[in-house]
Ligand binder design. Structure first.
Ligand SMILES: [Zn+2]
Length: 298
């Protein structure tokens, strides 16, 4: 009851605000009738309800799904890549030079096989609330945009030199998108938007609306620590929309807080590949290119 009342009050205030805006502008009589003809809510009744029409993915799929993995950890090339290859699936790996340097041959083979390699900075700079970063003066609160740019470029050059590919996708370490603190805080989203086709955050609460999503801040849904049933539920929660769901994991093996369960990953791939479930499974670069093309055509 209280909820209903407060909802009503909210709508009333919005309506009053609109009326006030119209009254304050005091347009000339002829302009006023024109204004009302175009801006009155009643004139909007012919407008199609939102969303206007379902977004069309390849093969009539209702949602797109991308599998992504962060940091370039050894368990990813050891367990995830062979699993993906078994099902002829491509995923997006946002790697760190340090971890790649421990498994260069395996990462080079993964890249050559068509697994998508993305940039995840060199120093993995995120909030200095992680003591190990703060101790080396590399908390995001302690660095500036120049530091971030050269750190990303360093990683880009390493990947090009070592794996023979040029990353076009980026993932923000820890999902953090800022440098500085308080009134001096700056976003580094524009910098990344300049350098890459897409960038992904982390631990978000929803998927990407294909008509609206900002490619420089794609959302990422946590894949670590979930059973297959929990992963399916995560996807089901967005089923009534036509969103693109970017799943994000770290280690691969036995399920853990930062580990994607290998068995659950296999079940998930089988589920996503079954045409009757209506999903399009493709790496970030492929889905983003498709969506950009669809937006340009409509
Ligand atoms: Zn990371």
């Amino acid at each position: 009851m209280l909820l209903a009342k407060s909802r009503y009050c909210g709508l009333f205030l919005v309506f009053m605000g609109w009326q006030q805006a119209v009254a304050t502008e005091k347009p000339a009589a002829d302009q006023e009738s024109q204004l009302h003809a175009t801006a009155h809510p009643a004139a909007d009744s012919a407008r199609p309800s939102y969303p206007a029409k379902p977004f069309v993915y390849p093969n009539g799929a209702r949602n797109a799904v991308s599998l992504t993995f962060d940091d370039g950890l050894a368990s990813q090339v050891q367990f995830a890549v062979p699993m993906l290859e078994k099902y002829q699936v491509k995923a997006t790996f946002y790697v760190l030079p340090f971890h790649v340097s421990q498994q260069v041959k395996a990462w080079r083979e993964a890249a050559q096989a068509g697994q998508e390699i993305g940039n995840h900075t060199n120093a993995h700079t995120c909030t200095g609330n992680f003591h190990w970063l703060r101790k080396s003066n590399q908390g995001l609160e302690q660095v500036d945009l120049d530091f971030i740019r050269s750190d990303i470029e360093r990683s880009q050059q390493y990947i090009q030199r070592t794996l023979g590919v040029t990353p076009k996708q980026f993932a923000f370490p820890c999902g953090n998108t800022f440098v500085g603190r308080g009134r001096q805080t700056q976003s580094y989203v524009p910098l990344v938007a300049d350098m890459f086709e897409t960038a992904r955050t982390w631990n978000d609460e929803t998927g990407n609306d294909p008509r609206y999503a900002d490619f420089a801040q794609l959302t990422g849904l946590r894949m670590d620590g979930l059973s297959f049933n929990e992963l399916r539920e995560l996807l089901e929660n967005e089923r009534e929309t036509d969103k693109w769901l970017v799943l994000a994991g770290h280690e691969v093996g036995s399920r853990g807080v930062m580990t994607t369960d290998l068995k659950a990953l296999e079940q998930l791939i089988q589920y996503l590949q079954d045409p009757k479930n209506g999903y399009w499974l493709a790496p970030v670069g492929e889905v983003s290119s498709y969506i950009k093309q669809q937006r340009a055509d409509n």
